[in-house]
Write a protein that binds this ligand. Structure first.
Ligand SMILES: Cc1cc2nc3c(=O)[nH]c(=O)nc-3n(C[C@H](O)[C@H](O)[C@H](O)COP(=O)(O)OP(=O)(O)OC[C@H]3O[C@@H](n4cnc5c(N)ncnc54)[C@H](O)[C@@H]3O)c2cc1C
Length: 392
């Protein structure tokens, strides 16, 4: 893998930076630095408009093949795009799931009609997606899915409950794992359905988080409907499709995040310099460690991407590495802030950016596969250790 940047790459970097600088003026200026982790509920209408603005410049789905409306950018240019996006302080992407999870899964498993129907709307920033996997009794144990789907004429009818569905309230569509064969068990008999969120059979309730925001929701499906053709992959074979999406969640989609982490570390270093804590030898060591971890993480991400095998040993260590690193960065930020860390800016829950990051990072070792689950995967799949006992 050669990830050095050529003169043409650097010209591309200037093009991205120039476009973002101009685009983030005027009505979009308020979005700088907003809508990231723990701040997802901020400026939703404006960020919806921002998705369309990005699309107008051809800056959505930059890594997708051109035949599906992407730019077909090689890895090096995707890295540049994400670096410049973070550097410009551009807002958290409202359609992160559409672009990084649903779209690539649809490209891999969709029929030509499904690709024609759904992909252009993601590229245009017109349809926002969310992910309906987890249920009250199916989190780490995803194969325990109980939400049911049955065919009734030309439609699937869906009944059940999902939980922790990020962005459900703002999404137009959800990819929902359902049990379509009532006699099946575990990972057999599941289907990967594409379900419109705005319909009478779908009820969405926010779940407030420790950050004070509610980026995830309970979603109740009571006779919700979707067209018969809105199943990705064959009916009953949804597990394979669901796992392909999960692999994306643990790999490719984290590339942009690295660049945000870099900004956070820079903020911590600037603060340590300003408040004198950069003199503290233990904090200095932790800051240096954090920087080393960030570099390792970047190379891990690039290695994972260039392998194109999220279940390679490199892919397996990536998720646990970045999530654990970021949680520790939050703790470091609080120690650098010192007493200030204990005080909020205003009532009822006005957090500083680093406080919000500290609190939200607690969730990163849970979603997309908890640390314990990642360790099981590494033990069993990378190291070939005996399988742990499982409930039957
Ligand atoms: C911020 C956030 C956003 C999320 N967004 C979404 C979303 O958009 N869509 C969606 O479908 N889900 C989403 N989730 C849900 C997430 O995928 C689940 O929380 C996760 O899979 C863990 O499931 P659980 O919460 O049911 O915990 P459980 O599976 O009940 O686990 C509880 C604890 O037991 C441990 N544990 C469980 N099984 C084992 C085992 N075999 N060995 C050792 N330890 C074990 C876990 O590591 C954990 O510490 C989100 C979660 C968070 C925190």
């Amino acid at each position: 893998m050669d990830i050095r940047f050529s003169a043409e790459d650097e010209a591309f970097r200037r093009e991205v930076a120039g476009w973002l600088e101009a685009a983030l003026g005027g009505e979009f200026a308020v979005l700088r630095g907003r809508g990231g982790a723990g701040d997802e509920g901020a400026f939703v209408a404006e960020r919806r408009a921002w998705e369309k603005k990005l699309a107008s410049g051809g800056w959505t789905c930059v890594g997708w093949p051109t035949e599906y409306g992407g730019r077909g950018l090689p890895l090096s240019r995707q890295v540049i795009f994400h670096e410049e996006y973070a550097r410009a302080g551009a807002p958290g992407r409202l359609n992160h799931m559409g672009e990084t999870l649903f779209g690539p899964t649809c490209i891999a498993f969709g029929t030509p009609e499904q690709k024609r129907r759904f992909l252009p709307k993601v590229v245009a920033g017109e349809e926002i997606w969310c992910q309906g996997y987890s249920e009250p009794n199916a989190g780490s144990d995803l194969a325990n899915v109980q939400t049911r789907a049955r065919l009734e004429g030309s439609e699937w009818v869906i009944d059940g409950q999902k939980v922790w569905t990020s962005w459900a309230e703002w999404a137009d569509w959800c990819f929902v794992i359902c049990r379509s064969d009532p006699d099946s068990a575990r990972n057999r008999g599941l289907s990967y359905l594409l379900v419109p969120m705005r319909q009478p059979g779908v009820t969405i309730r926010p779940i407030p988080q420790i950050t004070g925001d509610a980026e995830f929701f309970e979603v109740f499906y009571d006779g919700a409907r979707t067209a018969r053709e809105n199943v990705l992959g064959a009916p009953g074979e949804g597990w394979k499709v669901a796992m392909a999406t999960l692999a994306l969640e643990r790999g490719v989609s984290t590339l942009g995040q690295q660049m945000l982490f870099r900004n956070e570390l820079a903020e911590i270093i600037a603060l340590a310099r300003a408040n004198g804590r950069a003199q503290d030898p233990l904090l200095r060591q932790r800051i240096a460690d954090a920087w080393i971890g960030l570099e390792i993480q970047r190379w891990n991400a690039l290695r994972t991407l260039s392998d194109e095998a999220a279940l390679s040993p490199a892919g397996m260590i990536h998720k646990i590495y970045w999530a654990t690193w970021h949680r520790k960065l939050g703790e470091l930020a609080m120690d650098v802030m010192g007493d200030e860390a204990e005080i909020i800016d205003g009532f009822p829950y006005q957090l500083k950016r680093l406080q919000r990051m500290f609190l939200f990072a607690r969730s990163e070792t849970i979603y997309g596969g908890s640390n314990q689950i990642q360790r099981n995967q590494i033990a069993e799949r990378a190291l070939g250790l005996p399988r742990e006992a499982r409930a039957t």
